[in-house]
Design a protein around this ligand. Structure first.
Ligand code: AVI
Length: 323
């Protein structure tokens, strides 16, 4: 024995193409209604602001889901059994999975993210903190169809997709994405997914309009990013954050509203905005337990268990692939 601690970590890099920020912003601003994808929120500052949102008084999803994971980890472990392969698409800082690892005792943890440095750093921390665990970190675009060439092929697979990130897909895209997860899970696999629930609109409106203005700063940071990275002629202070629950669509919408008539310049293109014209930056769909069970059912999943908190704010669903 050398006495040197060995980390059981392997890296796999598919070198996913980064999204074309310039091209997507230009085409989104040409559309009516104008829109920019929420995936562009998450530069370094945007990721810090998102973490800060999760700590605000009003943004209940993070702490409610953490509580559900903590409370039900043993039941989850019983459902999936010992020595599973725990796969987390969009693993980010791998924070929430830590609530499961001790109970689940998986054979291996497979975090996947498109953001290489962040992924490899987080994976290394998990490997250091859980020296008994094999970690296979994969830099991939998890929204594209996935295959797992680096994955050990014994053991049941449990896909973990927390945070209600599924809410940021529109329902059609969500079904396609869930189908991809179904393929990845294999014949014996399961899915553990966090889903924000429909509720009193006042609670939703407060969650996306926190009193400290963190969500507003997160939304407006997109314009700072466009100004800085695309050399755009625009003043973020001439826009304001607007978020509201759209009951007909069952989603919270975030917009950036032009506070006066103005013209933005990006590259050689100009975009004229009327006063109060909006850029739609995010939709966050909310689901009843039945609605989400049906959606996942259309993607081939069978519901085994759903846990909710006493206030019915957030749901944690456990699905099997098999009937
Ligand atoms: C990442 N996603 C699930 C968050 C949500 O609630 O839709 C992003 C967010 N936007 C504003 N606040 C939080």
């Amino acid at each position: 024995m050398s006495g040197i601690p060995q980390t059981r970590i392997r890296f796999y890099d598919e070198h996913p193409l980064m999204a074309d920020f310039f091209g997507e912003v230009l085409s989104g601003l040409q559309q009516r209604p104008r829109c920019i994808s929420p995936k562009f929120f998450y530069d370094e500052r945007g990721s810090e602001l998102f973490d800060a949102i999760c700590r605000t008084e009003e943004y209940y999803p993070t702490r409610t889901e953490q509580q559900l994971l903590q409370t039900h980890a043993a039941e989850i472990a019983e459902l999936i059994g010992e020595q599973c392969l725990l796969i987390e698409p969009g693993s980010g800082n791998s924070d929430k999975v830590r609530l499961l690892l001790d109970q689940l005792q998986p054979a291996a943890y497979l975090p996947m993210d498109i953001s290489r440095d962040f992924l490899f750093q987080a994976a290394e921390q998990v490997a250091n903190d859980y020296p008994w665990l094999d970690v296979y970190a994969a830099c991939v675009d998890f929204t594209a169809p996935l295959n797992l060439p680096w994955c050990p092929d014994d053991g049941r697979r449990l896909i973990f997709f927390p945070g209600s990130s599924i809410g940021n897909f529109d329902p059609g895209q969500a079904e396609v994405f869930l189908r991809n997860l179904h393929n990845v899970a294999g014949d014996q696999g399961s899915l553990l997914i966090g889903v924000d629930m429909k509720k009193d609109p006042a609670i939703l409106n407060a969650a996306y309009n926190d009193s400290e203005g963190v969500t507003a700063a997160f939304n407006l940071n997109l314009l700072h990013r466009i100004q800085r990275e695309l050399n755009a002629e625009l003043d973020p202070a001439l826009f304001r954050h607007h978020a509201f629950y759209n009951e007909d669509q069952g989603r919270v919408e975030m917009h950036l509203i032009s506070q006066r008539a103005q013209t933005l310049k990006i590259g050689d293109q100009q975009f004229h905005f009327d006063k109060d014209e909006s850029i739609h930056t995010e939709s966050s769909y909310k689901y009843t337990v039945e609605e989400f069970t049906d959606l996942a059912g259309r993607a081939g999943f069978t519901s085994r268990q759903v846990w909710t908190d006493p206030d019915q704010l957030f749901s944690l669903h456990y699905f099997d692939v098999r009937d």
